[in-house]
Design a protein around this ligand. Structure first.
Ligand code: PLP
Length: 395
């Protein structure tokens, strides 16, 4: 039988049937007025998951990495200084991308499992009295370690140092699933991708730029062409595209945003919290620990679980895939072999999460992990029984 199991990797996520259908469209003319009538309101509605009314949203044919490149090439010039913290694989890769573009990156190295280092950001900014730092980079949800950072506190650190740098935030694995407040947090560039909270196939980088970032676009000297936001925003305002759009993905995005807004973003966030909390209860019942060093750092879209000494998490993930046809995320970079990740974002329900927890248990038991079969499932069941959204709607 064809594998019908959901995936539990932290993106690409499961694609709802409704979105699969929406992405499957016959060719239609992207230069027609009809395209504009669909696209202009979509760009408007996309502001909601970003939490912005002041910023403008652009949709590039790319993945999240293209969104990172868009953020920096449109606002910075060769040799500019940026301040970034490294606390996982994705913060590392964004730093690497900046360095390859000739930026001078001041890196604050943190333990993997930590979040954005607020005090270190504040100190570095306060010490930068001649304001050489042009941008502060932060990954809101570090997918490699299951850590959510406090972006509002990063903004407070910048304000406390009275520093004029821009704030760029990677929301690739949070936007559309977890609360993101671009305007309130004073974020100047925010980056998302179609294959995470938007539940679509990979292929779109969705970027929001504040008025301050858009002003920086006019003087930034880093070379850009395909990712030039000036072209994209000018075209988007008229309901068109500077080149051929990925029309199927954009149709899918229209439907995805419809789904998110129909559920209500607060409900979407609450659902992700509830599902994540059930997974965390399961991990505790197994007697295992998450990678996030403090409970307030726990991500609601992905849980990274440390395996006991002497076990190899890559082997576990491969075993679960080959034996039970279920995919979890492996550990990346310096945590390779040490943790596995349960992705629970996008199209996910309590019941789906239970199947992932049960499968992880079976695979661990098969491989001799010291866990009790059913313990994690029972702990999550108790939590979901007490907090079921469906039950709450009926009362
Ligand atoms: N940022 C985060 C937090 C991610 O999780 C990912 C991918 O998983 C990326 C950036 C890179 O995005 P992409 O692989 O879509 O280029």
């Amino acid at each position: 039988m064809e594998n019908q199991n959901p995936v539990f990797i932290p993106g690409p996520t499961n694609i709802p049937e409704r979105l699969r259908k929406a992405m499957s469209v016959p060719t239609w003319d992207h230069r027609s007025p009809e395209f504009g009538r669909m696209f202009v309101p979509l760009l408007q509605d996309l502001k909601q998951p970003f939490g912005t009314t002041r910023g403008d949203v652009a949709v590039f044919t790319a993945s999240g990495t293209g969104g990172w490149e868009t953020a920096i090439t449109n606002t910075l010039s060769p040799g500019d200084t940026v301040l970034a913290a490294r606390y996982g694989m994705f913060s590392h890769r964004w730093i690497d991308l900046c360095e390859r573009h000739g930026l001078d990156v001041k890196v604050i190295d943190c333990g993997w499992g930590e979040g954005a280092p607020i005090a270190a950001y504040r100190d570095a900014l306060a010490a930068d009295t001649d304001h050489r730092i042009k941008a502060v980079l932060s990954v809101h949800n570090e997918t490699a370690t299951g850590v959510r950072s406090d972006v509002g506190a990063v903004r407070e650190a910048m304000d406390a140092a009275d520093h004029p740098a821009m704030l760029f935030v990677d929301g690739v694995s949070s936007i559309g699933s977890m609360e993101f407040r671009m305007d309130d947090w004073g974020v100047d560039m925010a980056v998302a991708g179609s294959q995470k909270g938007f539940m679509l196939a990979t292929g779109l980088a969705i970027v929001a730029a504040s008025p301050k970032a858009q002003a920086a676009m006019e003087t930034a000297q880093l070379p850009r062409c395909y990712f030039d936001l000036r072209d994209m925003l000018a075209a988007g305002g008229k309901g068109s595209y500077p080149y051929t759009p990925a029309i199927g993905l954009i149709e899918g995005l229209r439907e995805s945003v419809n789904m998110l807004l129909a559920e209500g973003l607060d409900n979407v966030h609450a659902r992700h919290f509830r599902i994540a909390e059930g997974v965390r209860r399961a991990v505790a019942a197994w007697g295992m620990e998450v990678c996030a060093r403090h409970p307030e750092l726990n991500s609601d879209t992905v849980t990274a679980i440390m395996v006991p000494d002497g076990f190899d998490s890559t082997e576990l993930v491969n075993y679960a895939n080959e034996t039970y046809g279920v995919s979890f995320g492996i550990g990346l970079g310096q945590v390779a072999g040490q943790l596995f990740r349960i992705g629970h974002l996008g199209q996910m329900s309590d019941v789906m999460a239970l199947s992932g927890i049960a499968t992880a248990e079976m695979a661990m038991k098969d491989l001799g992990y010291p866990i009790e079969l059913g313990s994690g499932v029972a702990a999550a069941q108790e939590y979901y029984r007490a907090n079921s959204a469906v039950a709450q709607r009926k009362t």
